[in-house]
Design a protein around this ligand. Structure first.
Ligand SMILES: [Zn+2]
Length: 162
């Protein structure tokens, strides 16, 4: 425990930021007081501080840009993996939704019609459910009479609305 020189409260050391040269290895003021002080200081000197930041950026532009570029390169794989995982999840959810929206009483011929429709679809087109599978209060079926081929952008803008 230690007294804060700002609010004079006796607080756990975890309430203070670490400071190598401070007594007990922590700062004089508690985190709360420091944050209040920093906010006040920012509000009173906003223009000066922003100018300082701008000057710092101008003087270290190349260095900063290089660091940003390296950060992007370092995290590229991470972002790629995250996107791939998101897409896989999305596809899995979509498959599950199609499966649960496909009635068990559908005939073989009717299933063929669905497949034919997907086969007819061009690269810039989407197969759209006229009544959405996951609509607002309604659930369409994954059956050929509820399917239409749309240009990709139209399907995307439609969302799950009718
Ligand atoms: Zn304090």
């Amino acid at each position: 425990m230690k007294y804060c020189s700002g609010c004079n409260q006796k607080l756990f050391l975890s309430s203070f930021h670490r400071a190598v040269r401070g007594r007990l290895g922590v700062a004089h003021k508690c985190k709360q007081c420091k944050s209040v002080y920093a906010k006040k200081r920012y509000q009173e000197n906003r223009v000066t501080i922003l100018e300082q930041h701008r000057d710092y950026y101008q003087q270290n532009k190349l260095h900063i840009r290089k660091a940003q570029q390296q950060y992007r390169i370092r995290t590229r794989d991470q972002r790629r993996h995250r996107r791939a995982a998101d897409r896989a999840l999305h596809r899995a959810l979509h498959r599950a939704r199609l499966l649960s929206a496909t009635p068990s009483w559908l005939s073989v011929d009717e299933k063929k019609l669905i497949r034919a429709l997907y086969a007819r679809r061009k690269n810039d087109e989407h197969v759209d459910h006229i009544v959405p599978l996951k609509g607002d209060g309604v659930c369409g079926l994954h059956v050929h009479w509820n399917l239409q081929i749309l240009p990709a952008f139209e399907n995307l803008s439609k969302g799950n609305k009718l």
